[in-house]
Write a protein that binds this ligand. Structure first.
Ligand SMILES: *[C@@H]1O[C@H](CO)[C@@H](O)[C@H](O)[C@H]1NC(C)=O
Ligand SMILES: *[C@@H]1O[C@H](CO)[C@@H](O)[C@H](O)[C@H]1NC(C)=O
Ligand SMILES: *[C@@H]1O[C@H](CO)[C@@H](O)[C@H](O)[C@H]1NC(C)=O
Ligand SMILES: *[C@@H]1O[C@H](CO)[C@@H](O)[C@H](O)[C@H]1NC(C)=O
Ligand SMILES: *[C@@H]1O[C@H](CO)[C@@H](O)[C@H](O)[C@H]1NC(C)=O
Ligand SMILES: *[C@@H]1O[C@H](CO)[C@@H](O)[C@H](O)[C@H]1NC(C)=O
Ligand SMILES: *[C@@H]1O[C@H](CO)[C@@H](O)[C@H](O)[C@H]1NC(C)=O
Length: 199
């Protein structure tokens, strides 16, 4: 009997220790690397990422949960929210924000590693399409993704079918894109019926 209690105490102690060690260690390495992939991608568009994402440093001792635009669950240490709105920090009031040359082609497969991501804000990035042909399909591995804000980009209807696979989505914001024409008849089939889109 006493032995069982001792074992329980030890187990509790170990759990507390694990949480403490984990808390000090900060974010998960796979998630840190995924975010650095995004930073590299932004940089590959000729942008000064050491200014735009200055806290996102490539240093294994750097806790990505403390980086700007990143939010983690403080218990699990997983990245849960990314505010990648207006990554280029344009003056969105200016006319030049709407220049065709600002249209960006993106790749989102790197976010696949962020398994606990709940909210992804990609608004005001003037994204017009993808450099791979999977579109948003690769995000289908994110089983907890509930909020996806794609407003103020340059997406057209062709992205809708690649949003099909995002089965956990509850809020999808597509306002201020170029969603001309009708929704594809086969599209949006798998999206949860409780989904709220805002236009
Ligand atoms: C990484 O960060 C630590 C703590 O801020 C610093 O002491 C170290 O010099 C950095 N390493 C590199 C390679 O920048
Ligand atoms: C953090 O994660 C834990 C375990 O999954 C969950 O119970 C808790 O609600 C989460 N906290 C927040 C603020 O989402
Ligand atoms: C991103 O959006 C948040 C609100 O969701 C806002 O506080 C922040 O200033 C925005 N960042 C940029 C660079 O616009
Ligand atoms: C995304 O960021 C914009 C600001 O850039 C903000 O207006 C909007 O509310 C954010 N979306 C969500 C879902 O928080
Ligand atoms: C819609 O966007 C895709 C890229 O996502 C592009 O290839 C296609 O030309 C666009 N279609 C129209 C009608 O603009
Ligand atoms: C997305 O869903 C389609 C069926 O609608 C399926 O054929 C495809 O393999 C899925 N893609 C991923 C990456 O899960
Ligand atoms: C749709 O979302 C609701 C509310 O979150 C959830 O209860 C339900 O299981 C979901 N349905 C599917 C098919 O994922």
């Amino acid at each position: 009997m006493e032995l069982a209690n001792l074992a329980k105490c030890l187990l509790l102690g170990l759990i507390i220790l694990w949480i403490q060690i984990h808390g000090n260690k900060g974010c998960f390495e796979t998630e840190r690397l995924a975010l650095l992939d995004f930073k590299e991608f932004v940089g590959s568009n000729g942008l000064d990422v050491d200014y735009l994402l200055s806290s996102w440093v490539d240093n294994s001792t750097s806790d990505c949960c403390k980086w700007e635009r990143v939010m983690c669950n403080s218990t699990t240490g997983h990245v849960t929210e990314l505010s990648l709105n207006n990554t280029r920090q344009y003056d969105i009031e200016s006319i030049s924000f709407y220049d065709d040359e600002n249209i960006w082609f993106a790749k989102f497969s790197m976010f696949q590693q962020l398994k606990e991501l709940r909210s992804l804000n990609l608004s005001y990035n003037r994204i017009g399409g993808f450099i791979d042909d999977t579109g948003f399909e690769t995000l289908s591995e994110l089983k907890k993704l509930e909020v996806l804000d794609l407003s103020s980009n340059y997406f057209n209807n062709s992205i809708l079918s690649s949003l099909n696979n995002l089965t956990s989505l509850k809020t999808l914001i597509l306002s201020d894109n170029i969603m001309k024409g009708s929704f594809p008849s086969k599209g949006m089939f798998y999206l949860n019926s409780s989904l709220r889109t805002s236009d």
